[in-house]
Write a protein that binds this ligand. Structure first.
Ligand SMILES: [Zn+2]
Length: 175
């Protein structure tokens, strides 16, 4: 026969009560939430780091057509296309999150022509959110960036220098 001391028995009873009532209560609350706030709850969970994993993938950036398929993109994407994907060396096709402003780097033909290594957060549905884009030449990694010599300004996407309005210069620097 097992005898609980008073405090152990009380703790046991409290824990049993917690699992018997609190867990179903939380489950009911989650299911009773309107879909929008449920999405918000799930989004805040993913901010804590469990909703995505870090991915380092080598391959090439490609333009995506309206159906999400890769189109030949070495020399130019159709004007209407604003979404990009990433064709990995092992034959998978990833998509970049539509809200990811760093994909602007893929509007540069020079970047799409190179073998790249993308460091990104991997979201559901094989969607990538860029952390870093590097080029690979003869097995060596190069940082890709855009630079204005006059103003010493570095940017991660092509375009005009925010200071002197000259075209930013494409640079690659060995790591
Ligand atoms: Zn400048």
């Amino acid at each position: 026969m097992i005898h609980f001391t008073g405090s152990r028995a009380d703790r046991f009873r409290i824990e049993a009560a917690v699992s018997r009532f609190l867990v179903p209560l939380l489950t009911i609350l989650l299911f009773q939430m309107p879909p929008s706030s449920k999405a918000a709850a799930l989004a805040s969970i993913s901010l804590q780091g469990d909703g995505h994993t870090l991915a380092v993938i080598r391959g090439r950036a490609v333009c995506l057509d309206a159906a999400g398929g890769a189109v030949e993109s070495l020399f130019g994407c159709a004007e209407s296309i604003s979404r990009f994907g990433f064709a990995s060396k092992d034959g998978r096709l990833y998509k970049f999150l539509p809200s990811d402003t760093m994909t602007a780097v893929f509007t540069d033909t020079r970047v799409r022509q190179r073998e790249l290594q993308v460091t990104a957060r991997l979201h559901a549905g094989d969607q990538l959110e860029i952390i870093k884009v590097q080029s690979v030449k003869e097995g060596k990694l190069y940082d890709i960036f855009y630079y204005c010599e006059v103003c010493s300004i570095t940017a991660y996407t092509p375009g005009l220098c925010p200071c002197c309005r000259n075209e930013l210069e494409f640079r690659e620097k060995p790591q």
